[in-house]
Design a protein around this ligand. Structure first.
Ligand code: HNI
Length: 141
């Protein structure tokens, strides 16, 4: 459950990151592919070399979706409904992978925010990304 303080911190970080969505999303994806190479199996049609157009385009899409979700914290299920359908029915991504990408996003934020990535921000993002992952996985059952 996100507290009012969590919501404020999440929205502040997303606003600060709004001009870096492509960069942060790309870095998170590249981190995921290197750290958890099994995640690459979902992207056989992508050029997965460092900095490829496909990774950058996709990184921007994923980070933009997260930034939009951050604007709809009281309404995540509805805001992510289309993406939930896509991941469950078409892509069939094993939900375990959402946790892996979430961790990578946290590391990217921490690298860029440095000491501003306080334990409170970390905790708020952990809750937020878990909530997003639950919504993306909720159509699986
Ligand atoms: Ni995900 C497509 C958002 C986790 C595999 N994904 C998308 C799109 C968005 C998106 C946005 C583009 C939809 C469109 O074009 O209409 N994905 C998210 C978010 C998370 C997430 C917000 C979690 C934080 N996706 C994952 C994970 C995997 C994953 C963990 C697999 C490891 N996603 C995909 C694949 C596609 C995809 C595969 C299709 C890519 C393509 O363009 O072919």
């Amino acid at each position: 459950m996100l507290t009012a303080e969590d919501k404020k911190l999440i929205q502040q970080v997303c606003e600060r990151s709004s001009s870096h969505l492509e960069q942060f999303g790309t870095e998170a994806l590249e981190r995921m592919f290197i750290t958890y190479p099994q995640t690459k199996t979902y992207f056989p049609h992508f050029d997965l070399q460092h900095g490829s157009d496909q990774i950058r385009n996709h990184g921007k899409k994923v980070a933009t979706a997260l930034a939009n979700a951050a604007k709809n914290l009281d309404n995540l299920s509805q805001a992510l409904s289309e993406l939930s359908n896509l991941h469950a029915y078409s892509l069939r991504v094993d939900p375990i992978n959402f946790k892996l990408l979430s961790q990578c996003f946290q590391v990217v934020l921490s690298v860029h925010l440095g000491k501003d990535y306080t334990p409170e921000v970390h905790a708020a993002f952990d809750k937020f990304l878990s909530a997003v992952a639950s919504v993306l996985a909720e159509k699986y059952r």
